[in-house]
Design a protein around this ligand. Structure first.
Ligand code: NAP
Length: 281
């Protein structure tokens, strides 16, 4: 299968953060052949990055669709109409059918994608996904759904995604809610790492050491949850001895309303995405 993936031509319309998280993740892991990766963008701002990876760059979106088997839509949601307008004029000999489109656009439903992509392709096969930026280092989360992709498309995409993180197909009704955790979550986690490090710095630990250890605390705690299968509350109880230091710190966190803040953060991110979905209906 890995050999098969190397022969697949993969395109990204939009060469920014999310394209580089997915594309660079797959190229650096040796899963995709950089010579088979095409990236288009509005300006050449990101072209140096892609050229250094060995990928092909262009300012023409139709070249990406024409040359690739799988086309990732990695622009911001409000840019999609311009992208499609730039593709609609088919040049002689260009083939747009038989492509699989994978959207990462937050909030844009399969129905809306189908209507919009139908302006350039008859009966487009579409996968809607929500990746996150840690895909760049193989530690991402990518959830996805589709109404009309073929089984072989889903198997291929699942295989591709599993090289850069946890990959899981989900019902479309859950996509926005999961995105508020997995897509926005890295930013929430960076804030926690920074805050834990600030606490240690306040208590005299040098900043680089504090940041490194704070990040490792989150990695270690996350792996404990995943690998032991134990409830986080149980793991927390096991660290908190009676009358001890850790329960004293936990009390300080609870007084600061950390649980409510975290829940509010996910809820706010999901509500914002749901607003976008309603606007685009
Ligand atoms: N960032 C996340 O963690 C995250 C998580 C989940 C989903 N998403 C989704 O990922 C998508 C992309 O976000 P991002 O953070 O990667 O955005 P970004 O870094 O701003 O990149 C957007 C890219 O689109 C290109 N572009 C703009 N107009 C274009 C056009 N008409 N034709 C071709 N390319 C065009 C830009 O070109 P230039 O380089 O020339 O400006 C840029 O390369 C969004 O829809 C977002 O909802 C992001």
């Amino acid at each position: 299968m890995e050999q098969h993936l190397k022969s697949i031509k993969v395109g990204f319309i939009g060469g920014g953060n999310m394209a580089s998280a997915i594309g660079a993740g797959l190229i650096r892991r040796g899963i995709l052949n950089p010579d088979n990766v095409w990236v288009s963008s509005r300006t050449d701002r990101t072209h140096g990055f892609w050229r250094d990876l060995g990928a092909r760059v262009t300012l023409k979106n139709n070249e990406v669709v024409n040359n690739c088997d799988i086309v990732f839509l990695t622009v911001k949601p409000h840019m999609l109409d311009d992208v499609l307008k730039s593709i609609v004029e088919r040049r002689a000999g260009e083939k747009f059918e038989t492509k699989l489109f994978i959207s990462v656009l937050a909030g844009v439903s399969l129905d809306v994608l189908y209507v919009k992509l139908s302006t350039i392709v008859i009966s487009p096969r579409i996968i809607r996904s929500i990746p996150n930026t840690p895909t760049m280092i193989g530690e991402g989360i990518i959830v996805y759904c589709s109404n009309n992709a073929e089984v072989k498309d889903l198997e291929l995409v699942d295989m591709l995604f599993s090289y850069i993180g946890m990959s899981q197909t989900v019902s479309e009704s859950l996509i926005n809610s999961i995105g508020g955790l997995s897509g926005s979550g890295p930013a929430f986690a960076y804030l926690i790492i920074e805050a834990l490090a600030d606490g240690a710095v306040k208590m005299g630990v040098p900043r680089p050491m504090a940041t490194k250890f704070a990040a490792q605390v989150l990695i270690g705690a996350g792996k404990m949850v995943l690998e032991t299968g134990r409830h986080p509350g149980q793991l927390k109880d096991e660290v908190c001895s009676s009358g001890g230091t850790t329960i004293t710190g936990v009390h300080a966190m609870e007084k600061g309303g950390v649980r409510g803040s975290m829940m509010n953060a996910v809820e706010a991110a999901v509500n914002k995405t749901n607003e976008l979905t309603s606007r685009l209906k």
